[in-house]
Design a protein around this ligand. Structure first.
Ligand SMILES: Cc1cc2nc3c(=O)[nH]c(=O)nc-3n(C[C@H](O)[C@H](O)[C@H](O)COP(=O)(O)OP(=O)(O)OC[C@H]3O[C@@H](n4cnc5c(N)ncnc54)[C@H](O)[C@@H]3O)c2cc1C
Length: 476
């Protein structure tokens, strides 16, 4: 079996590329080293669909961010049944002397094609963002920004790729890439796969994967971001995603809205040499709290229910999306730092064009032929009438397993049927275990359902893949 294209890495970039290529008729293999897709950088971010401001006008990431934002709003939300919500973003100025900086960001954004940008004054802010620091003088409103569940976005892209005939192999780290005749031979997890073209979407490890292919042309330098999630009772603390004026190296500490209702504050931005360092720190908490309180003074440490860190896979200031002369047929989609979540659908289109210029035959995409996904029903976002109908269809929708987030046994079963193979996989798809008790009440029940669906003993179930088993022995 020779695949048309092998895509290394099932984060948002690889998933979007696999979907784009498979929807255009290519036979695609998506290979991931972790137990499930979206277990890399794509699970640990702010979930913002950026409008496209705060990027240099001539940058690749700026152009692809604006296009990715448009594709998510106008096409993918519908085709993939995404939970995208367009809430808009504000960049705020605390001094009249900072207003020219907002005007510069507006002009740069307009040069990139960001629609609808406008400056708003204090009266507008009083009416539309009542918890904002009264010291804020003015803001730049970008109405096309929004929020999305980053993991559900990746899962939808993967599910769509599979519907279009792609194959997914998880738990397989690519450790060797060599040329064998007119194809590449990839060694991964003890298996060998053959593909005519290879796309490297390996996130933090993209430099190492490019070296495997004989193109050691760049280095990934991780930049850590700590994020702090607030209780859903503070859901309405802000109506927009709120940014301070950006610095040279970061967009600053933000007040973020998430698609699940919990506000979030962060992220920090600090270089680290360690690609596995996902620790959070007291200093990070202090930096995030004081940055967030500057925007919205009523944020309190007592609102925080969870925290995490993610590592931006940075390579200089821009994305690295290119063919490699040293390895014909091999395309890098690397250095995908922020706004990589937003840009992914546009990155995928660019990668497809690069592969076409290398000789891969691709159909022109026909919107009518794209297979749509149906949304997985969720009690938390359903009306009482919808909930009654769901329970009539399947009484397991009335069997609440996760009380913090109101997740039923039926939703957990559906998540396992749609690919969740670990406890984290269930959490990212359904929110079960993501509330205040962090799974204290529901983990054992979820594991029982997983045992029934997967036909596995309890000892084989893991939190996030081999090495994270929950119980020893056979019975819960
Ligand atoms: C704190 C933080 C906040 C952010 N906020 C935002 C935001 O709000 N909006 C936005 O647009 N962007 C944001 N970003 C950026 C965004 O998260 C990334 O750009 C994006 O997730 C990168 O996706 P990726 O698929 O390239 O990488 P990843 O998600 O890391 O995917 C790469 C995959 O490759 C796999 N892999 C690696 N090596 C191998 C191998 N040898 N064999 C097989 N598989 C391999 C990994 O396991 C991983 O799953 C943020 C990033 C951070 C860290």
């Amino acid at each position: 079996m020779i695949y048309d294209a092998a895509v290394i890495g099932a984060g948002v970039t690889g998933a979007a590329v696999a979907r784009e290529l498979s929807a255009r008729g290519a036979k695609v293999l998506l290979i991931e080293k972790e137990a499930e897709p979206a277990f890399g950088v794509s699970k640990s971010n702010s979930g913002i669909v950026h409008a496209g401001t705060q990027n240099p006008p001539a940058s690749l990431k700026g152009r692809l961010c604006v296009e990715g934002n448009r594709l998510i709003r106008e096409k993918l939300s519908d085709e993939l049944a995404l939970d995208f919500r367009q809430c808009g973003q504000l960049i705020v100025a605390f001094e009249d002397s900072e207003v020219p900086a907002l005007e510069r960001i507006k002009a740069d954004g307009e040069a990139l094609g960001v629609p609808g940008l406008r400056l708003v004054d204090r009266a507008w802010l009083d009416a539309n963002e009542p918890n904002l620091n009264p010291a804020v003088k003015a803001a730049l409103l970008a109405p096309t920004a929004g929020m999305i569940s980053p993991y559900r976005f990746v899962h939808a892209l993967v599910e769509s790729a599979l519907l279009h005939g792609a194959e997914l192999k998880t738990g397989r780290r690519v450790t060797a890439i060599k040329r064998a005749g007119d194809a590449f031979e990839l060694t991964a997890g003890g298996d060998t796969f053959r593909a005519r073209y290879v796309v490297n979407a390996a996130g933090l490890y993209a430099d190492e994967v490019s070296s495997l292919a004989g193109a050691p042309s760049f280095k990934i330098s991780p930049r850590k971001g700590e994020e702090y999630l607030l209780d859903r009772k503070r859901e309405h603390i802000a109506n927009h995603i709120i940014f301070p004026l950006p610095s040279a190296s970061s967009k600053g500490i933000l007040m973020i809205k998430t698609s699940d209702g919990n506000p979030m504050i962060g992220p920090t931005a600090h270089e680290t040499a360690d690609k596995e360092d996902l620790s959070t720190t007291a200093a990070g908490l202090e930096e995030v709290l004081s940055g967030a309180r500057r925007l919205v003074p009523s944020v309190s440490a007592g609102d925080i229910i969870a925290y995490f860190a993610g590592l931006r896979p940075a390579c200089g200031k821009d994305f690295v999306i290119r063919r490699e002369a040293a390895a014909p047929g091999f395309v890098n989609a690397a250095g995908i730092q922020s706004p990589g979540l937003t840009a992914a659908p546009a990155v995928a289109m660019m990668v497809a064009e690069l592969l076409k210029s290398e000789g891969l035959e691709l159909d022109n995409i026909d919107d009518g032929a794209v297979r749509r996904l149906s949304p997985a029903p969720r009690l938390q976002t359903s009306t009482p009438q919808e909930i009654r109908r769901l329970i009539e269809q399947d009484p397991a929708y009335g069997d609440i397993v996760c009380r913090c987030e109101t997740v039923s046994a039926a939703e957990i079963r559906a998540a396992v049927k749609r690919g969740a193979a670990t406890l984290d996989g269930v959490k990212f798809r359904t929110r079960a275990q993501a509330g205040r008790c962090h799974g204290g009440f529901c983990t054992a029940r979820i594991m029982k359902i997983m045992q029934e669906e997967l036909g596995l003993p309890a000892a084989a179930l893991t939190k996030r893949g081999p090495g994270s088993e929950i119980v020893k022995g056979e019975r819960l």
